[in-house]
Design a protein around this ligand. Sequence first.
Ligand code: GAP
Length: 457
Amino acid sequence: MAEQSSGKVSMEKIVSLCQRRGFIFPSSEIYGGLSSCWDYGPLGVELKQNIKQAWWRAVVQERDDMVGLDASILMHPQVWTASGHLKEFADPLVECKSCHLRWRTDEVKGSTCPSCGGELTEPQLFNLMFKTFMGPVESEANVVYLRPETAQGMFVNFENVLNTTRKRLPFGIAQMGKAFRNEITTGNFIFRSREFEQMEIEYFVRPGTDDKWFDYWLEERHKWYINLGIKEGNLRLREHARGELAHYARKCYDIDYLFPMGWSELEGIANRGDFDLQQHASFSGKSLTYLDEETNQHIVPYIIEPSAGVDRSLLAFLCDAYDEEPDKDEIRVVLHFNPALAPVKVAVLPLSKKETLAPLAREVYAELRPCWLVQYDDTQSIGRRYRRQDEIGTPFCVTIDFQSLEDKQVTIRERDSMNQIRVPITELKNTLAAKLKGEPLFVLPPGGQVWKVEREE
Ligand code: GAP
């Protein structure tokens, strides 16, 4: 729960920037929106893809002990009996006898309705799973559920993955995708919604080594956020108290972020023990075990689960990158995204709209486009165009001016320092590639000429 405001940027500013620049819109906005559902716009979808790609590379492609999976959202209904979700995945609710609003019991202080002061009913459990029907007949026999977590797809495919990849313990499966929860209380923009995306890892280990692997993943996941630019001081680790643990968890830590509304959960790392494999073995009648090559015994692995939210990560990256700086008589709004996450990597800006500059500027644009998402912008003053790119977090602008026609050089302007250098067009792609990989700003590739560094006027 929120405890303290970060005081850095308000949620209103983030929501307004997202809407103004095309990161995130309310769902079905022309019909007045649909509560707690959001649409990712042209820049939002790029940012989201970049976050997911960074996660996938770090936890699957760059590791020998991990494989990926993309299981279906609809699963056999028995999955949810075995997982305990049908019984346990519920919040206690009270209803106001006057206005009929429903409240989670932890939201109500006394015994009266927070909205109208009316009398409240006794608490009743409300299951958070979305129900629908498979096929044309709407009967109890055809009920299926939208998955409330991606995790179960990985547990029920444990044997398939083991048999097809011949992985040895410890190894993990990673999956990202949509999850749905009929949350009672939503809000704080995309922080808590009813349709969201998760990035989850199920890491299978020998019982007895689970504490070691728990600590390992907690550190790895904490580092991942920091490596992508989140300030360490805006992250904290919080252990769940006994009464707070989910029904499957032996131990759990949250990685919390200092969101504008205060410290709140970004990712959970849980030790699920052998709960899931035991449950699915018992309900399916399949033996979900691992033949331990050391002891020649069948064992049921323990599972360490780092479970992150895509939308919450995106919100954290946005809040952390947001900055306002005095700029002459105005305020410069900048998103200091790590280049790997920035939706647009480079903007190509001819200094003027005059026909004479367009052919060269278009040539430069055509050369860079196959490498990155690049924007071409020739409207308004150069200053305003820089500000527009700052506000969407574009790390580099390339400006083509009249001198470029003579000397075949262009100016690279860097978002954070606003420093500018001139480089020959023949060196442009390599220079940008090096900068986008995080090499020190304006240190040129070996053999490269040193150009004068100037600060933007
Ligand atoms: N498989 C374990 C699991 O689902 P969780 O703590 O319920 O654990 C994991 O969810 C992550 O999913 C959370 O840390 C959060 O980032 C994200 N998440 C959960 N509910 C969400 C919601 N209603 N809206 C947005 N993200 C949510």
